[in-house]
Design a binder for this molecule. Structure first.
Ligand code: ATP
Length: 291
């Protein structure tokens, strides 16, 4: 079982040929509202990839809350620790251009009201094989969950921000993209950044977009797994799909290289479809693609 302590956002997605610059207005091609948020995305990705998943987080008492709860539930995610708080749900305003690139504004809403982790939350987390954390909840809540989890902690350090020492001390595996890895370490090259990350945590994976992923451990293991060559139409949540699938494969006890291939395969399937939760592949699709 995988537990996820994180954000649920409604993604408000505008599709456009070219993203607007400051002061500019462009006419978009299409618009959709898609349940997302890094926490909910990772929970749905892990559930679709074949694991039992529990989500711990919050939605608002607005129209988006029940939609997000329903989306998690229909992916098979246990939402018994999803709370409803007064006010708006978290939203992410996303612009997707024709090259599949994206830019995002996140407004925390209900996610900002999650300032800690309860005894009941911790009881659910303690039953899991791993706890997945991201940085879309208040930092004090993320730190509290990481420190009190009695299971391996996987951190996606996004959106990029300063990482407190006590958080890093409680993380077992960190999974930044190239930009986040550079921000944390101050080193531009992924190989150098990986070495620096391993001084902070025991294991690290740097995702490299269309170049795949780089893995390293303090025990000296190094792996570079190429991306599956596909035509990307929307990379939203590629990283979350990768992390969710990676956690599932590791919980199944797969060797590191096999787990990374499972994750890059899941992520490659997701970039070929639009949206966040809507783009995540099922276990059947991942297994078929691996064959
Ligand atoms: P996002 O913020 O868009 O969700 P990210 O920046 O967190 O993504 P990336 O490094 O861009 O993460 O992508 C995560 C993984 O998704 C990569 O390691 C790779 O396996 C897969 N991936 C991303 N882009 C492509 C692509 N163009 N083709 C194939 N696989 C891709």
């Amino acid at each position: 079982m995988i537990s996820v302590f994180g954000s649920a956002n409604m993604d408000l997605v505008a599709y456009t040929t070219i993203a607007p610059r400051r002061g500019e207005t462009v006419t978009g091609r299409a618009f959709s509202t898609i349940p997302g948020g890094k926490g909910a995305n990772q929970a749905i990705a892990a559930a679709r990839a074949g694991a039992e998943v529990a989500f711990v987080g919050a939605v608002g008492d607005d129209a988006f809350g029940p939609v997000m709860r329903g989306t998690l539930e229909s992916a098979g995610v246990d939402v018994s620790r999803l709370r409803v708080v007064p006010g708006s749900s978290g939203i992410a305003h996303i612009v997707v251009d024709d090259d599949g690139g994206n830019s995002i504004i996140v407004v925390p809403g209900a996610n900002g009201a999650v300032t800690g982790v309860s005894t009941e939350d911790l009881a659910v987390i303690a039953r899991s094989d791993a706890l997945l954390l991201q940085l879309e909840l208040p930092m004090e809540a993320v730190v509290a969950a990481a420190r009190q989890a009695k299971v391996p902690v996987v951190l996606t350090p996004a959106p990029a921000q300063e990482l407190p020492r006590e958080l890093l001390a409680a993380v077992d595996l960190i999974v930044p993209n190239e930009i986040e890895a550079a921000a944390i370490t101050g080193l531009a090259g992924p190989e150098e950044a990986l070495m620096a990350l391993l001084e902070l945590v025991p294991e690290a994976v740097i995702t490299l977009g269309g170049e795949g992923a780089l893995y390293g451990s303090r025990t000296g293991e190094r792996l570079r797994v190429p991306a599956v060559p596909v035509k990307a139409v929307d990379t939203t949540a590629a990283g979350d799909t990768f992390v969710g699938a990676l956690a599932v494969a590791r919980a199944e006890g797969r060797p590191h290289e096999e787990a990374l291939r499972f994750a890059t395969t899941a992520a490659a399937l997701s970039v070929q479809r639009a949206g966040a939760s809507t783009s995540m592949p099922t276990r059947h699709e991942i297994d078929a693609s691996l064959r």
